[in-house]
Each structure stands twice: as structure tokens, then as C-alpha cells.
Design a protein around this ligand. Structure first.
Ligand code: ADP
Ligand code: MG
Length: 321
């Protein structure tokens, strides 16, 4: 059995918003092994990005309260000094975001930006005797980008969305991190490019034995690449388990609604038309019904909803099965 690389244990992230509390992430647990892809799935506003930022140590400094543990190997990232955490970013974990244009610097060439990432931890990035420039060219080629030498001198706005995302992946992987967090990496891309980027991530992951936490609202993406998944709703994980088990037998009505939103299954209806409504802002979570925050939007709600029996093969919150 491989050792767990990342383990979230009852992780909570609360923001102070005026006199209110936004419990954006509320006691979530999940784990990830080397070489594994775990998908974190849910509609916009569920707490997926806040979870990613918490792992990376990139949450705002003020008016934030965290609880629980984020174990990376034997180290609890929530207790780590800022400087140590900074060193771990890039070397041990990298992140890519939905819109690479906002993450890339518009006035610095592609090559120099990747080079900067390479130079943070040269001991991890460069092979013996290799120059940073050669490493950049190698990385760009590894990302499937053609003509790395001329690409090196170009600026982000000269690239297509798919190429920019490949550059972002090169930056995230420059120092061979053991964990990659991909936060909606293909949402801004059209379907063909989406597939290419997912295939690239899969190939790189297998090659580098990397663990990937893939954040998405799209069950189709999950089915293509994830080994296991957690479905998140209003700051909580409502269902988690192996991808195959959940695809064959989704338990929570929210998980089913995410499936129903897939093109082809929704018969042309808009996203989550099956249930309507949207995720309330995190400042309102305290006034949602307990224990099931999805209760008001759920078409199967009844008196049993306060109970939480376990599904035999994967863990789910809901008795509707
Ligand atoms: N810095 C912040 N201060 C207050 N609330 C925040 C902050 N960041 C995120 N939130 C709230 O936390 C909730 C989850 O946000 P987020 O993790 O970005 O959702 P997702 O990535 O699933 O779309 C939202 O209600 C959002 O408004
Ligand atoms: Mg997000």
C-alpha cells in the first residue's frame, strides 16, 4: 500500500465578513495517494477554491480562521511557518487556475516566467549540468508546445487559451512537485482543447507519479480522469468514494443533479435545471437546515432527512437511495 500524500482531516475555513461568519469550508476530509487523481466536484460557490488555497497556504492573512489538519506527508501545513510553506510551494506542490491570463504576467515573456519558476528550486528542477534555459525549453516541449525557442520570447497575449494553460502547467511542474492542484483547469477552454489539456495532465501525472487534486463542476471531466471523487455542497462533502462506484450508483440527490447537468443527459436544459436554485453565499450557511444543507433544493426531501445512514460502498450523507 502506498502512503497517503495529502490528507485533509476535518478541515474548516471560516472568514469574518463584517459581523457575520462565512463558513466556506466546513469539516471536510479527503485523502490522496501518489499517482492518484481525486476530483473535488460541485457548483460554483461550494468552497472548492477556498479548499485549494488553504492547502497551498494562499488564503488571505486577515479575518480567516482555520481548523482541522492538512497533512502533507507527516507535516501539518496549517501549523507550518510561512517561510517553510513558501519553500514547499513549487517544490512539493503546484497549482494551476482556471484563467491563466490572470495568473501570468502580461509584460514578461513566456520563457522568463517559466525560467523564474525553474530557478526557485534549481536543485529539484535542473538535471546535472543543465542550464535553466535548456530546462525551460525542455518543459515547454514536454507540454506539447511547438517551437519552444520562438515561444520563449513571446508574451502571454500572443498565445491561445490552450497554449497559456500549457505554460501554466509548465510553471506548476517546473520543480517536479509531488502534488498538483488543478482548479477548474479547463473551464475557460473550448471542448477540444479541454480534452487535450486533460490528456496532457493525465500523461504528465503518470510519468511523474504525481498526485492530482482536480477541481471541477463537470462530472464529464471527472469520469475521464479521476480515480476517486468528493462531491462538495455548501462547504461540506456530501458524497465521496471511488469514481466507478459513484458513477454506477450515485447516492446523494445533489450528485445525481450534477450528472443530470451533463450535456446529453440534460436534454438541452440549463445547468442543474433538475433542481433549480443555486448555492447560497457562505455567510448564509448557518441558517441552512441541518444536517443536510441541500434540503431546501432537494426534490426528495422528507422527514428522514435528519438521519445519515452510510452507503455500503462509499460514504454519502443521504438516505435517499
Ligand atoms: N476571502 C473571502 N472572504 C469571504 N468569503 C469568501 C472569501 N473567499 C471565498 N469566500 C466565499 O466562500 C464561498 C466558497 O467560495 P469558493 O471556494 O471560491 O467557491 P468555488 O471555488 O467552489 O466556486 C463563497 O460563498 C465565497 O463567496
Ligand atoms: Mg473556484
Amino acid at each position: 500500500m502506498k502512503e497517503t500524500l495529502l490528507q485533509l482531516e476535518n478541515l474548516s475555513v471560516h472568514f469574518e465578513v463584517g459581523r457575520k461568519r462565512a463558513r466556506a469550508v466546513d469539516r471536510i476530509s479527503l485523502s490522496l495517494k501518489p499517482g492518484e487523481t481525486h476530483a473535488l466536484v460541485g457548483e460554483s460557490g461550494c468552497g472548492k477554491s477556498v479548499t485549494a488555497l488553504a492547502i497551498m497556504g494562499l488564503l488571505p492573512q486577515r479575518r480567516v480562521h482555520t481548523a482541522g489538519r492538512i497533512m502533507h506527508g507527516k507535516c501539518n501545513l496549517l501549523e507550518l511557518e510561512k517561510e517553510k510553506l513558501r519553500q514547499m510551494r513549487g517544490r512539493d506542490m503546484g497549482i494551476i487556475f482556471q484563467e491563466p491570463m490572470t495568473a501570468l504576467n502580461p509584460v514578461i515573456t513566456v520563457g522568463d516566467q517559466v525560467r523564474e519558476a525553474v530557478s526557485i528550486h534549481p536543485d529539484r528542477s535542473l538535471k546535472p549540468g543543465q542550464s535553466p534555459r535548456d530546462r525551460v525549453l525542455e518543459l515547454l516541449a514536454e507540454m506539447g508546445l511547438r517551437d519552444p525557442v520562438s515561444l520563449y520570447r513571446r508574451y502571454p497575449h500572443e498565445l491561445s487559451g490552450g497554449m497559456r494553460q500549457r505554460v501554466m502547467i509548465a510553471i506548476a511542474l517546473a520543480c517536479n512537485p509531488s502534488l498538483l492542484i488543478a482548479d477548474e483547469p479547463t473551464t475557460a477552454l473550448d471542448v477540444t482543447v479541454q480534452k487535450q489539456i486533460l490528456d496532457l495532465l493525465k500523461k504528465l501525472q503518470e510519468f511523474h507519479e504525481m498526485a492530482v487534486l482536480l477541481i471541477t463542476h463537470n462530472m464529464g471531466v471527472v469520469g475521464r480522469v479521476a480515480d476517486s471523487l468528493s462531491v462538495m455542497y455548501a462547504g461540506q462533502i456530501v458524497e465521496s468514494g471511488p469514481t466507478r462506484a459513484i458513477f454506477e450508483d450515485p447516492c446523494h440527490p445533489y450528485t445525481r443533479a450534477l450528472f443530470a447537468a451533463l450535456p446529453g443527459r440534460s436534454q438541452g436544459r440549463s445547468r442543474l435545471a433538475a433542481i433549480g436554485g443555486s448555492v447560497p453565499p457562505a455567510t448564509q450557511y448557518d441558517s441552512l437546515p441541518s444536517p443536510c444543507r441541500f434540503f431546501e433544493r432537494c426534490q426528495f426531501q422528507n422527514d428522514e432527512c435528519h438521519k445519515h445512514p452510510k452507503h455500503p460502498e462509499h460514504s454519502a450523507f443521504c438516505p435517499r437511495h
